[in-house]
Design a protein around this ligand. Structure first.
Ligand SMILES: Cc1ncc(COP(=O)(O)O)c(C=O)c1O
Length: 300
């Protein structure tokens, strides 16, 4: 299970999940001790690092607690985010980890985020050099005697091409489970399973309707949500609490009325779920389960 924040890891650990990779670097007061406390609790826990200072900090805290923390070096596979940028820097960090008590190198983390939510040709164009860079780094490290059992990366957009390539030992795809508009438009071959119910609260003109799902309900970082089952009714934009809908000429005969309930597909699953306390599981029109979003707001 790949998780971004320590507080999310703690929730997952409380729920009985054992094999967890923390995919973001940490820093700040108490950060390393908290990370090592998780490692002391979960023997399969792993964390990413991309700098020598973090390795030293984790190792010091680990020696105090008498544990060995499993580390993966994060490689910036041309995403332009965190991670060491080439095999020279990766080798220096790998050598440091090998020479330091309290930490153990178990793999490389190379998540090509820039290749994910894109049309297929762009996904391939961006993922090929990203994975070539990762392959180059792992080859260098192995030439210098580092065993690299874990090579982890990939997302919903590149999962099938990564599986065909066979370089990664773990795929980190997550959005495929519920999907969203952005991934659907990018051609990801999975069904949408996440919907938001919203009520029409105003119908000021034939061309305009307003629903009660604005940006407190649906994030807009990946574009507008999509109205389903109402051809010609388009979600234009969300303000704080309101969603403005355009009723296209083709749908002017639509009987969309105040009080009607519409269904929307969120444009970005990850950020939208973090706005909600629960997910309601529906099968054949009946509510079957209500899941609390236990990690909601756990961003520290
Ligand atoms: C490090 C990492 N791995 C995996 C994922 C999941 O990717 P996707 O949502 O494309 O399946 C993300 C998403 O942000 C991520 O940041």
């Amino acid at each position: 299970m790949c998780i971004r924040d320590r507080s999310e890891v703690e929730v997952m650990a409380d729920a009985g999940i054992r094999d967890i990779l923390l995919t973001s670097e940490v820093a700040g007061p108490g950060a390393f001790d908290r990370l090592v406390a998780i490692a002391a609790r979960l023997p399969d826990f792993k964390a990413v690092v991309d700098n020598a200072w973090a390795v030293d900090q984790i190792a010091s805290a680990a020696r105090v607690r008498r544990v060995v923390v499993k580390l993966l070096i994060e490689i910036d596979v041309l995403t332009g985010r965190s991670g060491v940028v080439d095999s020279t820097a990766a080798l220096a960090l790998a050598d440091l980890i090998r020479a330091t008590d309290g930490v153990e190198l178990v793999g490389l983390h190379g998540y090509a985020g820039h290749a994910q939510v894109q049309p297929e040709a762009v996904r391939r164009e961006r993922n090929d050099p990203a994975m070539a860079l990762l392959a180059d780094v792992v080859e260098t490290l192995r030439e210098h005697g580092h065993e690299i059992p874990v090579l982890t990366g990939g997302g919903t957009g590149t999962a099938s091409m990564d599986a065909q390539r066979g370089l990664l030992t773990e795929l980190q795809a997550g959005s495929f489970l519920l999907m969203d508009v952005a991934y659907r438009n990018a051609g990801a071959p999975f069904e949408n399973a996440l919907f938001c119910r919203s009520t029409i609260i105003s119908r000021p003109t034939p061309e305009r309707a307003v629903c009660d799902a604005g940006q407190k309900t649906l994030t807009a970082d990946s574009g507008p949500a999509e109205v389903i089952g109402r051809p010609g009714v388009r979600y234009l934009r969300g303000s704080d609490e309101h969603g403005s809908l355009v009723v296209e000429p083709v749908a002017l005969e639509d009987d969309l009325a105040v009080g009607d309930v519409i269904q929307l597909i969120p444009s970005h699953v990850c950020t939208t779920i973090n706005l909600h306390d629960v997910l309601v599981g529906v099968r054949d029109g009946r509510v079957e389960v209500v899941w609390p979003v236990a990690t909601r707001g756990h961003v520290w």
